[in-house]
Design a protein. Structure first.
Length: 349
């Protein structure tokens, strides 16, 4: 009969391998308890790994849309706030002109002109509002300030003075302005000034905005208009009404002529209010669609995340039981290894 011997070094090596394997499994199990998901999804899920990747990709895609929509929402809210300010400026000027009511009182006239001047400045500032580095009323030209200033050195002022002089035969500063008739003033306003603001001259003197508004995808299947621009009628009409009031009211003209100025200015400002409100309505509709899209995206994300979680989550009880078993196995292996190391013939000689 042949007898085989097993050395204690062989047993020790086997135990070390067992300990090493158990420690690796223990680390993996502890990670799964901490995260609640498989430590190695490829091994645990097998053929369903592709499905988990697709679900994760869908969640990331939806989150990207929601993040983009948050920026869009900031832009829309900023546009609404700016247009509310512009409408307030319009109403302030209109109220001042209505209060004037054809009066020749110089104090009231100066007050009305100053109110108009301040309103124009506020209008331009609101029209040049930006959010996240983009001008809100520039259409797709988001990196260009849409409205130019209106002051003594501006192109719009030079155009006004030039056209006034050409039409009447003398500049606005001339003493001859007291010879202007109501009919002449009405013709100048409606026939000369108005086309400057409704036509191409607007883009030369006032606006660098694009007529094309921004379109943004807010869901996988929906794209909406997410901006407006300073070339719309609301902006043009207020600028026209404001300039008429600012430049013509304080001239040395007759009461009937000043009445024509006031009535035309009020009419254009009312048209401006109507135009701005139309823009606000359009932006409001986009906000409603954006909110609905976000609700849909949120629901989709929750459903996909729930499916993804069920696919990759581990059984907490099973994982905890496995950790305890592996700890016991490792401790037992350490104990056996220590005892084996104590085995020696020297101890028995």
């Amino acid at each position: 009969m042949k007898t085989s011997f097993i050395s204690n070094i062989g047993v020790q090596t086997s135990m070390r391998n067992t300990i090493s394997s158990a420690q690796a499994q223990l680390i993996k199990a502890q990670k799964e308890i901490a995260t609640g998901t498989f430590a190695d999804r490829g091994v645990s899920l097998g053929w369903e790994t592709g499905r988990s990747i697709n679900l994760s990709t869908d969640v990331n895609r939806i989150q990207t849309l929601m993040d983009s929509n948050a920026i869009v929402d900031d832009r829309l809210q900023g546009s609404q706030a700016a247009m509310t300010s512009i409408e307030g400026n319009m109403q302030t000027v209109r109220d001042a002109l209505l209060a004037l009511s054809g009066s020749q009182d110089q104090t009231l006239l100066k007050t009305a002109v100053q109110t108009t001047t301040n309103a124009i400045e506020s209008f331009i500032a609101a029209g040049n509002t930006s959010a996240n580095g983009e001008y809100l009323f520039a259409g797709i030209n988001t990196d260009v300030k849409p409205l130019a200033d209106y002051d003594a050195a501006s192109a719009a002022k030079a155009t006004f003075d030039s056209n006034f002089t050409t039409f009447f035969g003398f500049p606005p500063t001339s003493t001859q302005v007291n010879t202007i008739t109501a009919a002449q003033m009405d013709t100048f306003i409606t026939g000369t000034l108005e086309p400057l603001y409704t036509g191409a001259q607007w883009n030369t003197d006032w606006s660098t905005a694009s007529d094309t508004n921004m379109q943004t995808r807010i869901s996988t299947a929906e794209t909406v208009t997410t901006s407006t621009n300073a070339n719309e009628d609301g902006f043009r009409m207020f600028a026209l009404g404001g300039v008429i009031a600012k430049e013509l009211l304080a001239l040395d003209i007759g009461a009937d002529v000043r009445q024509v100025v006031s009535e035309n200015a009020i009419s254009y400002i009312n048209a401006g209010i109507t135009g701005i409100n139309a823009q606000r309505t359009a932006i409001g509709l986009s906000q409603e669609r954006l909110s609905a899209a976000n609700d849909t995206l949120s629901s989709q994300k929750n459903i996909i995340e729930s499916s993804f979680k069920k696919l990759i989550e581990v059984d907490a009880y099973e994982a905890s039981t496995l950790v305890n078993a592996l700890k016991t196995q490792v401790e037992t292996s350490y104990t056996l290894t220590a005892r084996i190391q104590q085995l020696s013939l020297v101890n028995y000689l």
